[in-house]
Design a binder for this molecule. Structure first.
Ligand code: DCP
Ligand code: CA
Ligand code: CA
Length: 353
């Protein structure tokens, strides 16, 4: 087959930490300047030998087997197979392109370092300190000051301490978070009475109507809404504005903390934005799918996913055989479709929730 396989990092011998991927080795907002290799090494050294680590290693071994299986399937594809599946992929893309909808303006909003920001608001002496909300066994979130050291949500607190010896711990106070969430939601209601919240700290708003009624842009709504949230809660949030919900969510993370990113309702702007987007940004593509698509088909971005559409259809369609393919059909095919949908239309309607 013609597609280049990914080049896995030095997994074997002298740098084993490079292949240790777990929930908290992935970067979050505020971790851009972190020395990832150093952090990964600390995580690896401190986790080695634990039950959790062994379990992660087992999962990793299963993923490797799946990758080998998929590579073998790929190698069996004939030129005829590939040209057949190329047509299948192209047809699907054309169908979706025809239904592209750029008529809606969606806003996704997400509070910054939510639990940590609430705790700091309640106790201003924590301001500016590297803060972890949680315990020695689990960190729920970390302040942006702590993230500079590689400390993040889902990481055991004892690893956080190793990465950042001055890390301050606060126990979670869920009542507080619910209270502040309620205050923020009152603001959201002003812009979309039917907004829907997906967690205490985030919500999706259809701001199409408010924009047209008041003759203002999505950018203006985002600024105004963030100011109002700050005024009502004393907390900052970030926002993303885009023609569909999935992209709006990706956009709200771009200028975090206390920032916003606007993607205009314009086909070229959307396709350009999405083409360079790492596949991991797609809801539903986690660590395992990311690894498989990268190592089997050399796919890292949504654009590459579309370019390899024939291979994805071939490996993950119902016509394919093999236990692994059946097992991953739903997940991987939907990942492929998600990428196409990103480029195509606003898929999520309120009724789908
Ligand atoms: N949370 C948790 N456990 C996790 C992840 C998050 O308990 N593994 C809680 C604590 C967070 C809140 O949910 O404060 C919101 O999660 P986010 O992923 O939105 O992270 P933050 O709001 O803390 O930071 P930011 O959105 O600025 O990256
Ligand atoms: Ca948040
Ligand atoms: Ca969130």
């Amino acid at each position: 087959m013609s597609s280049a396989a990914g080049t896995p990092s030095d997994c074997g011998g002298h740098r084993p930490w490079q292949s240790y991927h777990t929930a908290y080795t992935n970067a979050k907002a505020g971790m851009e300047g972190v020395d990832r290799e150093k952090v990964q090494k600390v995580i690896y050294e401190m986790s080695k030998g634990s039950k959790y680590f062994e379990n992660e290693q087992k999962k990793e071994a299963i993923t490797k087997l799946k990758i080998e299986h998929l590579r073998a399937q790929c190698a069996k594809l004939t030129d005829n197979d590939i040209s057949h599946f190329q047509k299948v992929a192209e047809k699907k893309i054309l169908e979706l392109e025809a239904s592209r909808d750029l008529s809606k303006i969606w806003l996704h909003t997400d509070m910054d370092a939510f639990y940590a920001a609430v705790e700091t608001l309640e106790n201003p002496s924590l301001k500016g300190k590297p803060l972890a909300v949680g315990s020695m066994s689990m960190i729920a979130t970390a302040s942006y000051e702590a993230r500079k050291f590689g400390v993040r949500a889902a990481m055991p607190g004892f690893i956080g301490c190793k990465l950042c010896p001055d890390l301050v711990f606060v126990r979670p106070n869920f009542g507080r978070y619910t209270h502040y969430s309620g205050l923020a939601r009152k603001v959201f209601q002003r812009y979309d009475p039917n907004f829907f919240a997906t967690s205490l700290d985030e919500a999706y708003l259809d701001i199409t109507e408010v924009c047209s009624e008041r003759g203002i842009t999505g950018e203006e709504v985002a600024s105004e809404l963030r100011d109002a949230v700050h005024q009502e809660t004393g907390l900052t949030c970030s926002a993303g504005v885009a023609p569909n919900r999935m992209i709006a969510k990706v956009c709200s993370d771009i200028n975090k903390p206390n920032g916003q990113f606007i993607l205009p309702n314009d086909r070229d702007a959307v396709t350009t934005f999405v083409s360079t987007l790492p596949i991991r940004k797609i809801g539903g593509i986690g660590k395992v799918t990311e690894q498989m698509l990268h190592q089997v088909l050399g796919i890292s971005t949504c654009q590459e996913m579309l370019q390899k559409g024939a291979f994805l259809c071939a490996l993950f369609s119902e016509g394919s055989t093999g236990p692994y393919v059946n097992y991953t059909f739903n997940c991987s095919m939907s990942s492929f479709q998600e990428a196409i949908l990103y480029l195509s239309r606003s898929r999520y309607q309120k009724s789908s929730f």
